[in-house]
Design a protein. Structure first.
Length: 83
C-alpha cells in the first residue's frame, strides 16, 4: 500500500472539539479546513480548485487520522483569497 500525503495542515485554532487549519497542497497554500460544530468544511481559494481525485485523496488522508469524520456533514466552498 502506498502512503500518499499530498495535503498538509497547519493548525491555527483548536478547542472544544472544533479546529481550523491552513490547507496546503504540495506546499502551496490553497485554503483552509476545519470542524465547526457538526460540520467539516473545506474553503478552497478561487483559482486553486481541486479535481474529484484530489478531493477523494484529501478525504482519505483526513479519515486515516480521524475515522469519526465519517459521521460529520461537510461543505466545500470556493472563496476569495485574503491577502
Amino acid at each position: 500500500m502506498v502512503n500518499i500525503k499530498m495535503f498538509k495542515f497547519q493548525t491555527i485554532l483548536s478547542g472544544y472539539g472544533n479546529w481550523a487549519a491552513n490547507l496546503f497542497k504540495e506546499d502551496a497554500h490553497i485554503g483552509g479546513i476545519g470542524i465547526q460544530e457538526e460540520f467539516l468544511y473545506v474553503n478552497i481559494h478561487k483559482g486553486k480548485e481541486l479535481t474529484t481525485k484530489e478531493i477523494m485523496l484529501l478525504f482519505t488522508q483526513l479519515l486515516q487520522n480521524d475515522s469519526s469524520l465519517l459521521d460529520k456533514k461537510f461543505e466545500i466552498n470556493i472563496v476569495e483569497e485574503v491577502k
